[in-house]
Design a protein around this ligand. Structure first.
Ligand SMILES: [Zn+2]
Length: 347
């Protein structure tokens, strides 16, 4: 946009009357009429003066001087916020999550143990033969979990405690069979928890030794009834260390790795069952699918029927079939926590 608008220029025209007068047109002068000449002369002078007035202004271009407005915002609060602190009620108690009336519960579970195998060796359990599984009747009910590793892999104490057994089980039985566990180490922990390390190729501690979490105690082997090189690991609690019916699912006690949590699934049946449910667990983020069998008969004392540890945080779907059809539940896994799910009236 131009600021040089014509209307901003002052007019330069001279008055036509002044031009005529200034041109000095000759007039007849009466002889000897001095008086008249004087009058004319005075008038002439007057007209010249009149032509000079008003003084013509010099045409100038208007200079626009815009002052950029400055905005200074000042907020004036109309209402003064008032905070009225609510004192905590001393009678308020947290409402415990009830897995019977909610899809699932997430709790700060007291995970007790580190894993007995360290990376880069395999520190994940063999999901094809989990705790309390028979592999659909092909094997004996499993009282522990397997860490598949090659012969000689280091085995470490999963918690602080005292070594209470370090020998073969040929004479002292920890199951219904002699020499079932082979070279075996048992550590006693707080609250009468026992951890068992079986099929070892080498035992590197002795009874009475006090061990700390992560101490080297032996090496993976295939002694006893092992069909291949692996570590069989058990957690026992509630009986003495020889009581094979006091076993718990180790997956319920391993401290989850960063970014993972644990999942406990309970299937309440109205009658005693003699079969395992095949649970299909799908991770939504990448579609990864896990197949886990529930506990078999004889493990009714355990409150849950399947546990998976080290599940990356996220949402999962649990699905399984019973006699009435398909059952499904969507659950969430949170970092370092235990998600508990209960299916009622499973048939
Ligand atoms: Zn085993």
């Amino acid at each position: 946009m131009s600021l040089r608008g014509g209307h901003l220029l002052f007019p330069t025209k001279q008055s036509p009357n002044c031009k005529e007068i200034a041109s000095g047109k000759k007039q007849e002068r009466p002889r000897n009429d001095i008086y008249l000449i004087k009058i004319i002369y005075v008038l002439f002078l007057f007209s010249l003066t009149a032509c000079n007035a008003p003084i013509q202004p010099t045409p100038v271009e208007a200079t626009s001087t815009f002052t950029i407005p400055t905005f200074t915002q000042t907020f004036t609060p109309t209402l003064e916020p008032t905070f009225t602190p609510i004192p905590p009620s001393p009678t308020t108690t947290p409402i415990p999550c009830n897995p019977l009336i909610t899809d699932y519960c997430i709790s700060n579970w007291n995970f007790l143990f580190q894993r007995p195998i360290f990376p880069p060796d395999n520190d994940s359990i063999d999901i094809s033969y989990p705790y309390a599984s028979t592999q659909n009747g092909r094997r004996d009910p499993h009282h522990g979990v397997e860490f598949q590793n090659e012969f000689g892999t280091p085995v470490y104490a999963t918690g602080d405690g005292e070594v209470v057994f370090a020998d073969t089980d040929k004479v002292t039985l920890f199951s219904q069979w002699s020499n079932f566990y082979g070279n075996l180490v048992v550590i006693k922990h707080e609250n009468d928890f026992y951890t068992l390390y079986a099929h070892l190729s080498a035992i590197l501690i002795k009874v009475g030794d006090v061990v700390n979490t992560g101490d080297l105690i032996g090496q993976v082997g295939q002694t006893g009834g092992a069909t291949g090189s692996h570590l069989h690991f058990e957690v026992r609690q509630g009986g003495d260390m020889y009581d094979r019916f006091s076993t718990q699912n180790p997956e319920l006690f391993f401290i989850p790795k960063n970014g993972t949590g644990a999942l406990s699934i309970t299937l309440n049946t109205p009658y005693e069952r003699n079969y395992e449910f095949s649970l299909v667990i799908t991770r939504f983020s990448d579609g990864f699918v896990m197949y886990v069998s529930s506990y078999t008969r004889g493990f009714e004392a355990n409150p849950e029927d399947a546990v998976l540890n080290n599940l990356p945080v996220g949402d999962y779907k649990i699905a399984f079939n019973d006699q009435t059809g398909l059952n499904e539940r969507i659950v969430r896994i949170e970092d370092g926590k235990l998600t508990e799910v209960v299916f009622e009236n499973v048939k």
